[in-house]
Design a protein around this ligand. Structure first.
Ligand code: HSE
Length: 295
């Protein structure tokens, strides 16, 4: 049995739609072994698909197929700590758990880069699977079936306050509300900001992040699906956030702070007690710079 640890991730980072993502130190665990059938269970009592449509199973099977290995089934035991369908990369953690675990099982025929290509093909975009596999901040472009990326570490001074509402938001639904086409003006607005976001992370010029995270491609269309989301952004900035945004496709709202974990914890508590945020939870996290790992 092989045990894999996979980090949560926060994608888009405002303007970097489908491109930027950061791994976070909140983890799912997947134990995986050969079997003559599909055997899937959960350690944490969460309700998970236990059939052949399970995303870890599907992803692992894909690696067997790509490596031309005989596939008879798998035994999978999941421990899920990343909230489901909340914009914290729970699907990507499953995909990476599957592809990474299967690759380990069959003697590592694929490099991490090829695993990333396979994972991004399954997910359809690279901005969660890439940091979940590699850790840190990743800047990604998907060209055909290949992901071209740069990975960079994120220092401990950056603290991520994840505000998680009591409702799910499926990525599929959050993608449906977006326009099919955008104006040149909005395209330039976003490309200049996402370049600034990437360069500011790489150089440590964090004072740029507020402007760099502004976005015209997805957040204006998605915020109406997240009651309380806009208030979290406003309140986070009032409390000194470097950036505040929808994490991935939502429903989690994220604030990035540089005031230390204890202070960020106080701020998050204050924000959630200052309005109508019944049922919301928060996590105070750092980036994970290592990515998926076999334990
Ligand atoms: N870039 C993706 C989106 C992340 O915003 O739809 C969620 O999977």
């Amino acid at each position: 049995m092989i045990k894999i640890r996979i980090p949560a991730s926060t994608a888009n980072l405002g303007s970097g739609f489908d491109s930027l993502g950061i791994a976070l130190d909140l983890y799912n665990y997947v134990e995986i072994d050969f079997s003559d059938r599909c055997e899937i269970s959960s350690k944490d009592g969460s309700e998970i698909p236990t059939g052949e449509n399970n995303l870890i199973y599907v992803s692992a099977k894909k690696v067997f197929e790509k490596a031309s290995k005989n596939f008879t089934g798998l035994k999978i035991i999941e421990e899920n700590n990343v909230p489901f369908a909340r914009g914290l990369g729970s699907s990507s953690a499953c995909i990476i758990g599957g592809v990474f675990g299967a690759n380990e099982l069959i003697g590592k025929p694929f490099s991490k880069d090829r695993l990333l290509d396979i994972a991004a093909e399954i997910e359809g975009h690279p901005d969660n699977v890439s940091p979940a596999l590699l850790g840190g901040l990743t800047v990604n472009v998907m060209e055909g079936n290949r992901v071209h990326y740069v990975k960079s570490e994120i220092p401990e001074e950056l603290v991520f306050a994840a505000f998680v509402p009591p409702f799910e938001l499926k990525t599929e639904d959050a993608r449906k509300v977006m326009p099919k086409e955008v104006s040149m003006k909005d395209a330039v607005y976003n490309l200049s900001r996402s370049s600034l976001a990437a360069a500011s992370f790489l150089s440590g010029k964090y004072e740029n992040l507020k402007i760099a995270f502004e976005d015209k491609l997805h957040q204006p269309y998605r915020l109406p699906l997240i009651p309380g989301g806009f208030e979290i952004i406003e309140k986070s900035y009032e409390k000194g956030a470097l950036a505040a945004y929808i994490s991935g496709a939502g429903s989690t709202m994220m604030g990035i702070f540089d005031c230390g974990k204890q202070k960020a914890n106080e701020i998050a508590k204050e924000i959630l007690s200052s309005g109508n945020f019944e049922g919301w939870k928060y996590y105070i996290l750092n980036a994970d710079n290592s990515g998926a790992a076999a334990l």
